[in-house]
Design a binder for this molecule. Structure first.
Ligand code: C2G
Length: 713
């Protein structure tokens, strides 16, 4: 006999739905059916559903007449065979034993309804359960269910029927477009003798990390939010007892007073208007006694509402808002500078011949920005004023540009007045580009690891990452691509417009084709104190998303056994150790100076490519550039599985497409170096294909192509 019907409304986001169904298919009980209600679905979901058909009973119904959660859930209930209904949203998922725990509780306690614990997360199903330290906030219920069931959520009106097991019977009010859960729950509460909480029944509520492509249903953006909330509350109070209503009233005013303090000045007018819609009617139902029991701000708002004088409250909210801003300006330097920029620097005229350059967050003078700069300096040096963002005064830059430190006072001044900004990373998210400003994004590598919108879960950044990168990249006027492959990827990973991509090759690789590259190499070698006759191995690994001290400060554990390498290869070779610019650890090489040079602080890695006979790397874009030299590349991929399957995922097959062997131990590395000629021979064809695919635009003239296109118009 079928006992539970799980009602899952679905509108958009097939990868979310897949997680949801997978979690259902893993349930420890079998006595349930899934009613999947399609609500204006545009994606093709049959295949996804088919994958789970042999594991559980799934019925798909289509919500054609009426849209919205209430109608969808009703249709689900009407099509169900179970005695009990469980609500699960298609972007959420549950723990394996959730249904079993709820059912057991229902029977043991002879309850009318059971509800469980909610955990909030940014992670996908797979990662949530395999990541040991899954970060989540827990919302659990303790206390008087009559009152608290409705009030358990901190974001008050978003109370939900999710993770509730109820007896079949009650339907949702389809006249309510949103907040239909509120009166539904209140009717459940009113008609029940016994509602119990089940701690073991865990529901995982997903916070969306891709608000651009798969936005969560954020009612807050709706114009009729307040009107709808009011309507729902009016409906709710028809059904509840006085003590429940009293609790709702109090909670409502806590919520409203918090909300009104945060509204921006320019929105206050609309807020005032909309609050007078249905919500106002509801406010009038609140008893004097209840008002007296509220917090001060709640009282003020309730009285103002009763007396039709919300404007009073609005004025108060304004002054609170202004005070907060002032405190922030005084306490937070970055915010202060942004305010100054906004109020003063943005009023100054734009300087059409100023160009700001920044490479790797001001950490060095390098990458494509350097080569674009040097080309401009050489050919149009008298027409422009150049500004370089560099934090270290000892870094040499030719041409005597204006030097500024990142986030210094002058930094804000120059980035606001200059017409051009050439950067190889993202600009700060608060940067407010002026209309006439031109932002040239060079980016910093051919993508190997999945980026932004092609990533599932973002472990190494704020979950708002995708949204932030989206808005930043809207301000890039040009984006440089090294090859057709990158052009393709940039369109999906940044949701970026093909027309604005400059498929020119990388200026940073111009030097690898320079006619004088051998002389350059000799001088770099001398500068680093490497004997002429010694061959050079460059070890340049990337960073790991899950090993960090702080944001932007990563750990690095050297897996290369330098002592062993010195014994085996020291006669013929020296090693250049080059950690990624995110790595905060400084690797100690004392006692090994005759074999290892730590070049992690060296500005331009291209110089290091020029002097290296072999490059060892891992999942770094380094090898796309190094391949221009057609010299051997080895891949030290000791943590391949974790990196590929858990942390990132790759755009190409690292097993099949890269131009060198994957090595997992120090012995294999030594062996490969000793037999480097054989390896070169073995990988010749693959190397040719790789070069053809990724390096064929680089010819020593990329900077020229870009300058002529971007700056000469
Ligand atoms: N780099 C370096 N030294 C290293 C690693 C990287 O100087 N040990 C420089 C190289 O110029 C490289 C760039 O930093 O091309 C980017 O480094 P990646 O290891 O590829 O990693 P990431 O910074 O995450 O950028 O599309 C490229 C991706 O965005 C990767």
């Amino acid at each position: 006999t079928m006992r539970v019907s799980v009602v899952v409304p679905f509108h958009k986001g097939i990868h979310y739905l897949e997680d949801c169904l997978e979690s259902l298919s893993k349930q420890t009980i079998r006595e349930f059916e899934v009613i999947l209600v399609k609500d204006r679905v545009e994606e093709e979901i049959d295949q996804t559903v088919a994958k789970f058909r042999d594991k559980m009973e799934i019925k798909v119904v289509s919500n054609e007449k009426k849209s919205g959660a209430a109608a969808a859930r009703n249709l689900g209930i009407q099509n169900s065979k179970g005695d009990y209904i469980y609500f699960l949203d298609s972007d959420d998922y549950i723990q394996d034993d959730t249904l079993e725990s709820l059912m057991k509780k229902m029977c043991d306690e002879k309850a009318d309804a059971v509800y469980g614990k909610t955990k909030y997360t940014w992670l996908n199903y797979h990662n949530f359960f395999i990541t040991e330290e899954a970060e989540y906030e827990v919302q659990e219920y303790t206390g008087d269910w009559k009152k608290d069931l409705i009030l358990q959520r901190p974001e008050f009106p978003l109370i939900t029927v999710c993770n509730m097991l109820v007896k079949k019977g009650i339907l949702f009010d389809e006249n309510l477009q949103i907040f239909s859960d509120v009166p539904y729950l209140s009717r459940i509460v009113n008609s029940s003798q016994n509602i119990v909480y089940c701690e073991d029944a865990v529901y995982i509520k997903r916070r969306h990390n891709d608000e651009i492509q798969f936005p969560s249903l954020s009612y807050g953006d709706r114009k009729d939010y307040w009107e709808q909330l009011g309507q729902s509350l009016l409906k709710m109070q028809e059904d509840v007892s006085a003590d429940v209503k009293d609790s709702v009233d109090k909670k409502l005013f806590e919520y409203l007073s918090e909300k009104i303090q945060n509204i921006r000045q320019d929105r206050a007018e609309t807020w005032q208007k909309s609050i007078f819609l249905n919500l106002h009617l509801y406010i009038k139902t609140i008893s004097e006694e209840t008002i007296n029991g509220m917090s001060k701000s709640g009282r003020l708002l309730a009285r103002a509402g009763k007396a039709d004088e919300i404007s009073k409250w609005k004025r108060k909210a304004h002054s609170i808002w202004k005070k907060r801003k002032l405190i922030r300006v005084l306490q937070d330097r970055s915010y202060r500078m942004q305010t100054i920029t906004h109020m003063f620097f943005q009023k100054f005229s734009q300087k059409d011949n100023w160009i700001v350059f920044e490479s790797f967050l001001g950490k060095n003078y390098s990458d494509s920005c350097k080569y674009i700069y040097e080309y401009l300096l050489k050919h149009y040096g008298d027409q422009y004023k150049f500004i370089w963002i560099v934090n270290d005064n000892s870094i040499e830059i030719p041409g005597n540009p204006v030097r500024i430190k990142r986030f210094s006072f002058r930094y804000y001044y120059y980035i606001t007045r200059s017409k051009y900004w050439v950067n190889n990373m993202r600009q700060p998210k608060w940067f407010d580009k002026r209309k006439e400003q031109v932002f040239l994004e060079t980016w910093h590598g051919t993508p190997l690891k999945k980026l932004v919108f092609d990533m599932d879960d973002v472990f190494s950044a704020t979950p708002k990452y995708k949204m932030i990168v989206y808005s930043q990249s809207r301000n890039w006027d040009y984006l440089i691509s090294d090859n057709p492959f990158s052009t393709e990827v940039f369109q999906s990973c940044f949701l970026y417009d093909k027309d604005k991509i400059l498929e020119t090759g990388y200026p940073r690789n111009d030097i690898l084709y320079a006619p004088n590259r051998d002389e350059l190499a000799a001088s770099v070698k001398a500068k680093l104190g490497i004997p002429k006759e010694k061959k050079v191995i460059l070890y340049a690994p990337t960073w790991r998303d899950d090993e960090f001290y702080d944001q932007g400060e990563y750990k690095f554990q050297l897996k290369l056994d330098l002592k062993y390498l010195r014994e085996e290869l020291g006669q013929e070779y020296m090693v250049l150790l080059r950690t990624h610019y995110f790595i905060a650890d400084s690797i100690d090489v004392t006692g090994m100076e005759d074999f290892v040079v730590n070049v992690s602080k060296y500005s331009d890695i291209a110089d290091l490519y020029l002097i290296s006979d072999i490059c060892i790397t891992d999942y770094s874009s380094v090898f796309f550039d190094y391949a221009n030299l057609r010299r051997p590349i080895l891949f030290f991929t000791y943590d391949l599985e974790k990196y590929r399957d858990v942390l990132r995922g790759f755009y190409i097959s690292i097993e099949d497409d890269v131009p060198g062997p994957l090595l997992f131990t120090n012995e294999e590395i030594v062996d490969a170096v000793k037999n480097i000629d054989k390896i070169e021979e073995q990988y010749r064809d693959k190397y040719d294909q790789f070069y053809e695919r990724f390096c064929s635009f680089d010819d020593g003239h990329a900077a020229e192509r870009i300058v002529e296109r971007v700056f000469k118009n």
